[in-house]
Design a protein around this ligand. Structure first.
Ligand SMILES: Nc1ncnc2c1ncn2[C@@H]1O[C@H](COP(=O)(O)OP(=O)(O)OP(=O)(O)O)[C@@H](O)[C@H]1O
Ligand SMILES: [Mg+2]
Length: 251
């Protein structure tokens, strides 16, 4: 796994520009591909009637239809990021999401990294797109992993139900990803914070990495805070509004 060199504020600005134009490009391609999928899907469905009863051909065709479905889902995700299209939201337990993603995270992070979970399974549910939230989590964990110095790298992932500091605001759920890696210098932290303080519900073109994370959090009505010190590590906190009515069934 490649490790991070330190990044400067002007590099962030440059990346942002590149990411924005890449996002526009990706959205254009996704739109065209989605349109191309329509006739492919129609012909595959028509063929289904013809081959029905032919076991082997039917199995092959099912695979084609399944791949079309997967491709459509993938393209939808691209369009969500670039144009703020509406994703599938449902009551979601972030604690459960983190636990379920653990094998994936273990496989993705550096071998020597220690993954520590502090997950409150009684934290309230949030209304969120599970696929997008899993992507947020993996992006942050991968970033943390690349920032670790061997061999004492620790990544802590927390989920906790929180009350507003003044006691009056609505409750929220906090997802924290913290590492003890190389950290970022003051100018870089300042640049990220400036970007994260800008509302991002107006679609600004897709981004990668932290841009995707931030955009997803904003799309969900949440906010993101970043703390980092060179040499001592980085902590990212994501606060998402807790659902006012907590459904009985956990998702
Ligand atoms: N946990 C972290 N510790 C130290 N630096 C970080 C951390 N997370 C992000 N950074 C810095 O911020 C930069 C941007 O992160 P971001 O996730 O947006 O992009 P990336 O990880 O470089 O690429 P991508 O996520 O698209 O693979 C990183 O290149 C790195 O310099
Ligand atoms: Mg990244």
């Amino acid at each position: 796994m490649t490790q991070y060199p330190s990044i400067t504020a002007s590099e962030i600005v440059e990346r942002e520009r590149r990411f924005a134009s890449l996002g526009e490009f990706a959205a254009g391609v996704a739109n065209d591909l989605r349109a191309l999928l329509v006739p492919i899907d129609q012909h595959a469905v028509a063929l289904h009637a013809v081959v029905s009863g032919n076991g082997a051909a039917e199995v092959q065709l099912q695979k084609i239809l399944h791949s079309i479905e997967l491709a459509r889902g993938l393209l939808h995700q691209v369009l969500i990021f670039s144009h703020g299209a509406h994703a599938e939201r449902r009551p979601l337990s972030l604690g459960k999401l983190v636990r379920e993603a653990l094998p994936l995270m273990r496989a993705a992070v550096a071998h020597s990294a220690l993954l520590r979970l502090a997950v409150d399974t009684h934290a309230p549910l949030v209304q969120a797109d599970p696929v997008a939230m899993q992507r947020v989590l993996l992006n942050l964990v991968l970033n943390a992993s690349r920032a670790l110095r061997q061999p004492h790298g620790v990544i802590e992932i927390g989920v906790a139900g929180m009350k507003a500091a003044d006691g009056h605001g609505p409750p929220f759920v906090r997802l924290t990803v913290a590492d003890n890696g190389i950290g970022m210098d003051g100018a870089t932290v300042g640049e990220w914070r400036r970007r994260f303080s800008e509302p991002s519900d107006a679609p600004q073109g897709a981004g990668l990495g932290l841009r995707i994370v931030h955009q997803t959090v904003c799309n969900h009505g949440g906010r993101l805070q970043l703390d980092s010190e060179p040499g001592s590590g980085t902590t990212i906190r994501i606060d998402l509004p807790a659902m006012a009515e907590q459904p009985a069934v956990q998702g």
